[in-house]
Design a binder for this molecule. Structure first.
Ligand code: NAD
Length: 435
């Protein structure tokens, strides 16, 4: 346990340089010797060229950390896709994806394969810290045994582990890695202290040392499950109030005048976290013999919203005497949230497919999205800008990107065009329906 916590001797490897791993590698790279590692060679080369397609990275900080390394090879940040480079590290932080498969079952393959690789890389006294969001028990029951098996080292004797969940919110430039309090944990009290100190050295908001790895894992998964359930409640209200002919956002505005009412808004729940993590918790609960009804019913309600929106728009179009087959509909926004290029598990694509199923010709416009990536992931085309000469029978504001807040809806507003506002941001006088 001697070599790892000295600022001058600590050599950190961050495994997986996505939305979570890259900002972390940069922040540690300003103070420590860091290797940012990813199996995706294209991603590594992009970063080596000073670019970041996720738009999450502090590019100035990245340049500063990389220059530090160029000036002194024992400091700063470098990037690699060669696992041989990992062997000299003492602390490994795993930030690989934790997706679900098509049956909504946790897909641990990235975590397991990263753990296998670490089994080949680690030496005595090293520490492996997992940051990927997962169910309680995953680190010690699913990942650590893989490292033990491959390395031949014994857990909590030869090597140690920790878990420190990430809480960043892509697109949010206020709540960033260093300004959000970070939960930490370790496999022994001593290691927990060391890991806490390591994070404390970069997180200005401070840390919260959880009493165990399982508690730290559980804390993260319930943050996202709670948000999913809260949104599912207002989404259910939206389905009910639609039948009553009242606007859910109006109801929430009124109810929100009470001091203890939580003003969640209805919406599409997609992305890599909120729409995925509850399944991790649910699966673990099921393995332990409990069927989590609240968590799963929340998921079901949230999954109903995209088809509900498509059907609502169709009804509004029929009410305005539009012929549905061959009608043109413009969808503004396709990312899973505003002001970021992330299209993972976006539910806007479900709206698109539902409309196309009725013979509608739908166009998607999103200035944030890489057209090739969208085509590759979903087989769906996207335009960067709206063709002003093209006429649409309906327009759906699906994502509240800044660009769309100044979209000229008034120009399209007439007796015929249906305007549907999923995000409740468009001037009410031009809108036919909201979620
Ligand atoms: N994106 C978020 O907002 C966010 C927030 C908090 C927590 N998380 C969690 O953090 C984890 C990572 O999420 P992300 O959004 O950064 O994912 P991401 O897909 O943006 O990045 C993951 C990176 O890991 C790489 N990778 C995959 N398998 C690998 C392996 N075996 N070895 C090395 N690299 C590998 C991929 O090439 C990719 O670059 C997930 O568990 C996620 O749930 C994400």
């Amino acid at each position: 346990m001697l070599n790892i916590f000295n600022k001058f001797m600590t050599k950190i490897a961050v495994i997986g340089l996505g939305y979570v791993g890259l900002p972390l590698a940069i922040e540690f790279g300003k103070k420590y010797h860091v290797i940012g590692f990813d199996i995706n060679k294209t991603r590594v080369e992009e970063l080596q060229n000073g670019k970041d397609h996720t738009l999450e990275a502090d590019l100035e900080g990245m340049e500063q950390a990389v220059k530090l390394h160029e000036a002194n090879p024992d400091k700063g940040l470098s990037f690699s896709y060669d696992e041989n480079d990992l062997k000299s590290c003492t602390v490994y932080i795993v930030t690989v994806p934790t997706p679900i498969d098509r049956f909504n079952t946790p897909d641990l393959r990235p975590l397991v394969s990263a753990s296998e690789m670490l089994g080949r890389a680690i030496s005595k006294n090293d520490i492996v810290i997992y940051e990927s969001t997962t169910y309680p028990g995953c680190t010690e029951e699913d990942c650590v045994p893989v490292i033990e098996r491959i390395s031949g080292l014994k857990f909590n004797v030869d090597f140690f582990a920790g878990y420190s969940p990430e809480r960043i919110n892509p697109g949010d430039k206020v709540n960033t890695l260093t300004s959000i309090k970070k939960v930490t944990s370790g496999s022994t009290p001593e290691v927990a202290d060391k890991i806490d100190n390591l994070y404390r050295s970069i997180i200005t908001a401070g840390t919260h040392k959880a009493p165990s790895i399982k508690v730290a894992e559980a804390s993260k998964i319930i943050e996202n499950a709670q948000r999913d359930i809260n949104i599912s409640f207002v989404n259910e209200l939206a389905l009910i109030f639609d039948r009553m002919g009242i606007d859910t956002n109006d109801v929430i505005e009124a109810a929100g005048t009470k001091w203890n009412f939580l003003k969640y808004r209805p919406g599409l729940v997609g992305g890599h976290c909120i729409s995925v993590d509850p399944y991790y918790l649910a699966k673990k609960a099921e393995i332990l013999g409990y069927i989590p009804q609240v968590i799963l019913s929340g998921r079901q309600v949230n999954n109903c919203i995209a088809p509900f929106i498509a059907n609502k728009v169709l009804k509004l179009m029929i009410r305005k005497d539009h012929k549905i087959k061959g009608a043109r509909v413009l969808i503004l926004g396709v990312t899973f949230k505003e002001n970021c290029p992330d299209i993972r598990n976006t539910k806007v694509v479900d709206i698109y497919h539902e409309l196309c199923g009725f013979g509608i010709e739908a166009d998607i416009c999103d200035p944030w999205v890489d057209a090739e990536e969208l085509k590759h992931e979903y087989g769906v085309p996207v335009m960067k800008t709206v063709d002003v000469n093209k006429k649409y029978e309906a327009i759906i504001l699906a994502v509240a990107h800044e660009e769309f807040k100044t979209f000229d809806f008034e120009k399209y507003y007439n007796q015929k065009t249906v305007i549907f506002d999923v995000k409740a941001v468009v001037n009410r006088q031009w809108v036919d329906g909201r979620l």
